[in-house]
Design a protein around this ligand. Structure first.
Ligand SMILES: [Zn+2]
Length: 124
């Protein structure tokens, strides 16, 4: 799944290229750049994302394996329990920050997924 941007450098509708950045073996972040002209964005906040709806490739069945252990437990701010967290066969994704996340990451913008929220929407 690719993320579309409106590149301010080349003016084109392009894709966001993400290059993992490593410090030794530890992944420290990503370099974000325009797939068309290679313009590098300083941070996620500088990326001119294009809003668009993507087809949901998820069904309720895919969701049934999700543990409900912490449903009523406010513990932590783990991405996996966040309403913005989306997981698909290829990656785990934060719909709010529009970037890849780990299930065990914590986030200041964490919003608990309502217990009745069975649907996973993928919004790019
Ligand atoms: Zn560009």
């Amino acid at each position: 799944m690719s993320v579309e941007i409106q590149c301010p450098a080349c003016g084109r509708e392009a894709l966001l290229a993400r290059t993992p950045r490593y410090e030794g073996f530890r992944r420290t972040g990503e370099d974000l750049s325009c797939s068309s002209c290679g313009h590098v964005f300083a941070s996620e906040a500088d990326v001119p994302f294009r809003e668009r709806a993507a087809p949901a490739i998820f069904t309720d069945e895919d969701r049934s394996a999700t543990p409900d252990v912490f449903k009523n437990d406010p513990r932590g701010q783990l991405c996996r329990y966040c309403r913005h967290y989306v997981v698909n066969p290829f990656r785990q994704w934060c719909g709010l920050h529009k970037r890849e996340v780990e299930a065990t990451e914590t986030c200041a913008r964490f919003a608990a997924r309502p217990p009745d929220d069975k649907k996973t929407k993928i919004v790019l």
